[in-house]
Design a protein around this ligand. Structure first.
Ligand code: 13P
Length: 249
């Protein structure tokens, strides 16, 4: 049985004071849940958020890392820097990184390699743009994202990988993939992994859905057989709506 994950991706929202406010109320209201709860916040908040939540069932995760171990890369943060403050998980391949920061499958593959080498777990994002879906190219596109960045991994590496299917057209738009559309793609992803690595491994990989997850659609999405939780943007910024989404598991 795959344990569900509810992960927040705060993106470039919340400074230290705002994050502190959130945690004050969130820790107080956090319900008992079967899900793993994770919060992805900016580099400047990571250490403090980690310290604030260390006695609670909340994992603080990073939103990015650099692919090189160290070097003259002004403004970048390495895997070992994340590890040194207690971070165990990093989001890689978010569509905003692909789109606005030119992160190709090739770079993402390097990031995955570096993260694994440093014993970090990964939430790896994949998902098609609206143009891909309209051209009926969405399955091929998602398959190529998987293949190009992840299919040289060994079976044992997959213990450290969680996938997040985030159709770009549903991110921040208020337009959610229907539970049927999401389930269809999640099953396709699982079958694609099974084709490469076998059924047992594929059955154990957790695949989150992301893209306008809200309290009112979370329950139906999470009850689909191949949806193992959510990666939540906008609705994770408010304590109450994020709590409602956690309760929907
Ligand atoms: P929204 O929930 O705001 O659509 O964002 C989804 C997302 O990009 C999470 O990584």
């Amino acid at each position: 049985m795959r344990k569900k994950i509810i992960a927040a991706n705060w993106k470039m929202y919340k400074d230290l004071a705002e994050a502190n406010d959130f945690f004050t109320f969130f820790i107080d209201k956090l319900p008992k849940t079967k899900a793993e709860v994770k919060i992805g916040t900016s580099y400047t908040n990571l250490w403090h958020a980690f310290e604030t939540t260390r006695n609670y069932p909340i994992e603080i995760v990073a939103q990015n890392l650099h692919q090189e171990e160290k070097g003259a890369y002004t403004g970048e943060v390495s895997a070992s820097m994340l590890k040194s403050i207690g971070i165990e998980t990093v989001i890689i391949g978010h569509s905003e990184r692909r789109e606005y920061f030119g992160e190709s499958d090739h770079i993402l593959k390097q990031k995955v390699t570096t993260a694994l080498k440093n014993n970090l777990n990964i939430i790896f994002c994949i998902g098609e743009k609206l143009s891909d879906r309209k051209a009926n190219n969405h399955f091929d596109l998602v398959k190529s994202q998987l293949k190009n960045a992840l299919f040289d991994l060994n079976k044992k590496d997959w213990k450290h990988i969680v996938l997040a299917y985030e159709p770009v057209w549903a991110i921040g738009t208020g337009e959610t993939a229907s539970p049927e559309q999401a389930q269809e793609m999640h099953l396709f992803i699982r079958n694609t992994i099974a084709g490469k690595y076998g059924n047992e491994l594929a059955e154990n990989v957790r695949i989150l859905y992301g893209g306008s997850v809200k309290p009112d659609n979370a329950g139906t999405l999470f009850s689909q057989p191949d949806i193992d939780g959510g990666l939540v943007g906008g609705a994770s910024l408010e304590v109450d709506s994020f709590i409602e989404i956690i309760k929907a598991v």
